[in-house]
Ligand binder design. Sequence first.
Ligand code: NOJ
Length: 539
Amino acid sequence: MTDGNGTLPWWQTGIIYQIYPLSFQDSDGDGLGDLPGILRRIDYLAGLNVAAIWLSPVFPSPMRDFGYDVADYTSIHPRFGTLSDFDRLLAGLHGRGMKLILDLVPNHTSDQHPWFLESRSSRDNPRRNWYLWRDPAPGGGPPNNWLSFFGGPAWTFDETTGQYYLHQFTPEQPELNLRHPAVLEALLDAMRFWLDRGVDGFRVDVPWLLIKDAEFRDEPENPAWDGIAPHGRLLHVHTANQPELHAIIRAMRAVVDDYPGERVLIGETNVPEEELVKYYGAARDEFHLPFNFRLIYASWNAGEIQRLVETYEAILPQGAWPAWVLGNHDQPRIASRIGPDAARVAVMLLLTLRGTPTCYYGDELGMKNGVIPRNRIRDPQALNQPGISGVFNRDAARTPLPWDTSPNAGFAPEGTQPWLPLGQDWPMRNVACQSDDPCSMLAFFRTLTALRQRHPALNQGDYKGVETVADGVFAYTRTAGAERLLIVLDFAGCEYLLDLGALADGAEILLSTGMRRAGRVELRRLRLLANEGLVLKIS
Ligand code: NOJ
């Protein structure tokens, strides 16, 4: 039972905000966001009441997968700035009481990383075994049937040395051999480099892929394949969730734990729940926060959302803390998935569930998926699989943040072409306009994050589902010490008169998604408007 005395670390009580650095703020007129740009917007970040910023990769990279192809783990890409810019940003955030989390991409490097250049130079190079090289199959062709997430085989033939190397993303992202102790040690050293500089933790990319079957066996066909995304044709029993990978995560966690202060290890654990819970570690010695992606994939109805939240609460190991997300740079935006009104309810859900919420930049404005003309598509996942319906063009979720109504929405100087087009509704949906409107999505977001920060019941309290009888409504309480808050959310777009009198006689509305309701209500006759969410204080 939580007493609400505030003894939990920041990564449990605070909100994480993900910045996709290419799209946040361009400070030098090249159409690409950069670190000085983020620093310039530090007041904005502070005003969102978030505890930490997670930056998608900012390391040197040929950008074949927009930074997830790292060519140097311990430096900054000149397009984003310099190491001094990085230090200034870190100091700036720390000065404002915010933490900084970096992206760690340990599964693969760029094919331009010096390690890979050495590895591919000859079969007897000392770094040959740093990557996964195999002979062709006996009759020729790739060594096995493994597939890339971005279409086609997961193997590319190297003419010089006559072997194939493994890559489950683009061919320019060769996969490291994490069974090799020197590879792991080199990655741990890269972590130490940034921890020594003062970063507060890492979000680890595709941890479930870190170890592959030692015998490189073929994967079986997936009988339930929908025939759409090519990667789904196989069951990934030999490339995903291999038990040996947990030792790697424990080694990463041990590095983070060696440092003073509360540093955090977060996992991009896009895996089924029964696997997900293993990533906390048998002794809570792996990820502090393995992301739970279920809210992204769920059908958006009250019953399903309540079920998935309560199933997860029930299977969480002792002492494990949930980590919820509604979106990220790989997923369609929440406002496009369910519509702008429902998106407010979704944000209220995210920020009132038990656990640490991570908010994707722009969702605080209700940004929608951008419309990307064919000739401006940059995402390798979409470019490699043209015409395959069901393959999401990730550029749509990565469009520049619109700051105001000036040319280029204040993202980049006038006359510059932003690397991706602005979202279509930017003249209305931008930070400046929404800051002037007391009922805007941004105003709602800021009020909600401040409320969450103020109330231990929200940022650390216990969760309990509430029976409402109404199919379209999901309600729950959050309790810490003597404080009990009630959250009531409409998922069906209907108006209700609810009888929640079993909880108490009355309550006070602390916040409504529409920002227009306040004051005392009788719980026996609680009116909930269509697409409305309420946070109430039970007294
Ligand atoms: C997951 C990242 O979020 C995605 O953007 C990237 O393409 C793959 N991992 C490969 O690094």
